[in-house]
Design a protein around this ligand. Structure first.
Ligand SMILES: Cc1ncc(COP(=O)(O)O)c(C=O)c1O
Length: 358
């Protein structure tokens, strides 16, 4: 018997979500962000399913090499570039593209003649994570254009810090800072992440970089995927493995943080933080038993969690439970666990069986 915890990955929903990105940005090329194992969905399967993407964005060389080994032919952009000149032969051999975000990387390229590498110069317009200062962009851009190790065109990008909040004016300030630089350099640019694609038309340019929306999650505070015609890709499931009747006043689970308000049935579900379900999900976190919405009660343990079965008469051992996905937005669970859907999706552990549906 295999463990009941499994993640069903709906690849046609993934493709649908890419088509939503395209509908919003019909003129743009799609640089699909599939770092962190395809946001936890399986990087190879995601890349294969997204054959309509124009390019892929990953965090590091290892992720890119994994895609090339799987036969992925599209351009692949290393979003942090590389740190060491020793990595450049692999970059060239596998036809990878580099984000350049600091002067050391420019110098590295200038000192590494060879097959020209396509490069994206990253400008920090307000995220204050990676990127060169806007005032330095024209001169550094020129150095890259003149470096024999750099292919033409040198593209320009920036990353939005607060686009998930549509009332925050940081996004427009970032765009106003970036646009004149881009216009003066007459090159292809990329600004928009998922929130930019769906909510900030001024951020649309030659390339867009959808991430979380591809996986069927709303990038905005206070809205769910369905509000944007996005379909959940991962449905995390398990089964009821025990049903116990408890008396009024009984405490449930470690620390006894939840007390039965009446005599009631409590289900035990085979999933816990060892599978990636968040330990910090509060009592009251929504969960579906046989498709019916109820709540997690007590602390989540490593392999199990408990559910309130008062509203679920007729529940049997072996019945299906949905932790998030179809019928239960992961955004809701994330909110109850004081985190974001990105983190929940990325953190499913290797003991969960992944099944791919097309
Ligand atoms: C540089 C860059 N572009 C695009 C994205 C995609 O962002 P999102 O998942 O919010 O669409 C990310 C994700 O963190 C990123 O780091």
């Amino acid at each position: 018997m295999t463990r009941a915890a499994r993640a069903l990955i709906n690849l046609s929903s993934l493709r649908h979500n890419l088509s939503v990105a395209k509908k919003h940005t019909p003129e743009a090329r799609q640089l699909a962000i599939i770092k962190a194992n395809g946001y936890g969905h399986g990087i190879e399967e995601v890349a294969q399913a997204l054959s309509a993407a124009d390019a892929f964005g990953v965090a590091c060389l290892e992720e890119a090499l994994c895609l090339r080994e799987a036969g992925i032919k599209q351009p692949i952009v290393l979003l942090e570039g590389v740190m060491y000149a020793d990595d450049l032969p692999l970059v060239r051999e596998h036809h990878l593209q580099l984000v350049v975000h600091q002067i050391e990387q420019v110098e590295m390229l200038e000192n590494s003649p060879g097959v020209p590498i396509p490069v994206w110069l990253k400008v920090d317009t307000g995220m204050h994570r990676l990127g060169i200062l806007p005032g330095e962009a024209p001169a550094i851009y020129q150095r890259l254009v003149e470096a024999s190790a750099v292919a033409s065109p040198v593209r320009l990008m920036t990353h939005l810090a607060n686009a998930d909040d549509r009332r925050d004016d940081t996004t427009m300030r970032q765009i106003y800072l970036f646009t004149p630089i881009a216009s003066s350099l007459h090159t292809e640019t990329s600004i928009a992440n998922s929130a930019g694609i769906l909510g900030w038309p001024a951020s649309h340019s030659e390339w867009v970089r959808p991430g979380i929306m591809l996986y069927g999650v709303s990038p905005f505070l206070g809205s769910t995927a369905a509000n944007h015609d996005l379909k959940p890709v991962m449905t995390l499931q398990s089964e009821v493995i025990a049903i116990n009747k408890h008396q009024r006043g009984d405490h449930i689970g470690y620390g006894g943080t939840w007390r039965c308000p009446e005599t009631m049935p409590v289900g035990v579900v085979a999933i816990g933080y060892g599978d990636g379900y968040p330990r910090h999900a509060l009592s009251g976190t929504p969960i579906l038993v046989n498709g019916k919405r109820t709540q997690v009660i007590g602390r989540v343990s490593m392999d199990m969690l408990c559910v309130d079965l008062r509203g679920c008469p007729g529940t049997h051992i072996g019945d299906p439970v949905v932790l998030w996905g179809e019928g239960l937005p992961v955004e809701e669970v994330a909110e109850k666990a004081a985190t974001i859907a990105y983190e929940l999706l990325c953190k499913i552990t290797s003991r969960v069986n992944f099944e791919y549906l097309d």
